[in-house]
Design a binder for this molecule. Structure first.
Ligand SMILES: Nc1nc2c(c(=O)[nH]1)N[C@H]1C(S)=C(S)[C@@H](COP(=O)(O)O)O[C@H]1N2
Ligand SMILES: [Mo]
Length: 319
């Protein structure tokens, strides 16, 4: 697979220098069109970044198959083949049923083991860093996959804003609970609100992204407007949508899919072709829009970036 990197920005902080050499080594992750200045740490700095904010134009000419080594999944497929059980369990339900979902204004509650708990607006959250366009493979536990050009901010820069305490070993996330807007929440197929979690070191890994757009457009409701997590080395269900709460905790948080079926869905949920789901193999996947199946890759192909997180762990046990 072709390895390419573009990072067009004028970020000056030392943190970013090491990050760009990181990007240069990285297989199939492109950070394009980072907009604006350095990393804002305090709320004053946050205010001054407001004018820089925009969800970038999609750089169509860049994201060719020659450049990426694989084809982008079409906007149509990404926005009409969805899992978002709050809006129904069929793939076409979310695009139909989320049309009137109200994603503005949006507030995220931050609590638990951190120095800056409180209520944060969507704007405050995404002002913590430059918006970046990143192309990631995305693999669902159901053995299909996509290639998606996200727009977002690194989760790490958002977490820094909340000043987590060293006791915080996990980060938990919750989706909005609002059965009036989310008809799927009237059924008990999952425990609501939808919840997910990451170990702290996973959450601050540079690959973890809080996405606010795809194809240079604001996130469509069915894809988790206005802000959703993207954890490309894990099965898709870890990438929780329409986030309203971020909590720091000492203990492993409960997650909706694990609560629903612990033997099928573990806390870690790393893409792993060697560990089958009890009802199907994970060795292959079908790329949406393509006909033939292809082999699935360990950590979804992001092995170099994340395998050190799991050193010494038995990934059959911690699946
Ligand atoms: N709140 C919430 N987040 C969710 C889900 C969901 O049902 N509810 N489904 C997950 C699953 S199983 C997948 S594969 C991805 C799908 O993301 P996409 O529809 O944007 O491709 O969202 C994940 N995030
Ligand atoms: Mo999924």
């Amino acid at each position: 697979m072709l390895i390419k990197t573009i990072k067009i920005n004028d970020i000056k902080s030392s943190e970013i220098t090491s990050e760009s050499s990181y990007y240069a080594r990285r297989d199939f992750l492109i950070s394009l069109t980072a907009i604006g200045g350095g990393i804002a740490l305090g709320s004053l700095a946050l205010e001054s970044k407001a004018k820089d904010l925009k969800i970038s134009e999609f750089k169509e000419n860049k994201w060719t198959k020659e450049y990426l080594g694989e084809s982008l999944t079409s906007f149509d497929d990404i926005t009409n083949y969805n899992n978002f059980y709050e809006f129904g369990t069929r793939k076409t339900d979310p695009s139909k049923n989320a049309k009137d979902f109200k994603s503005k204004p949006w507030t995220i509650i931050v609590d638990g083991l951190c120095g800056n708990p409180g209520r944060y607006s969507y704007d405050q959250i995404i002002r913590t860093s430059n918006l970046e366009e990143r192309v990631y493979r995305f693999r669902c536990v159901e053995a299909w996959s996509m290639v998606v050009p996200w727009v977002g901010v690194p989760l790490k820069s958002v977490i820094n804003l909340f000043n987590p305490l060293s006791k915080a070993k996990y980060v938990a996330f919750e989706t909005l609970l609002d059965p009036k807007q989310m008809p799927g929440q009237k059924s008990n197929i999952l425990e609501w609100p939808y919840r997910e979690g990451l170990r702290f070191d996973e959450a601050i890994n540079p690959l973890a992204l809080l996405a606010v757009g795809i194809y240079g457009k604001e996130l469509p409701n069915q894809n988790g407007a206005p802000i959703r997590l993207v954890v490309p080395w894990k099965y898709g269900f870890k990438s929780i949508k329409s986030i309203v709460r971020i909590s720091f905790s000492e203990h492993e948080p409960q997650t909706s899919w694990n609560m629903a079926s612990a033997s099928e869905y573990g806390f870690y949920s790393n893409v792993n072709p060697e560990v089958s789901h009890p009802r199907w193999s994970q060795k292959k996947e079908r790329r949406i829009g393509e006909f033939f199946k292809q082999p699935s890759l360990m950590f979804n192909g992001y092995q170099n970036e994340v395998e050190s997180l799991y050193e010494g762990m038995n990934l059959r046990k911690f699946f």
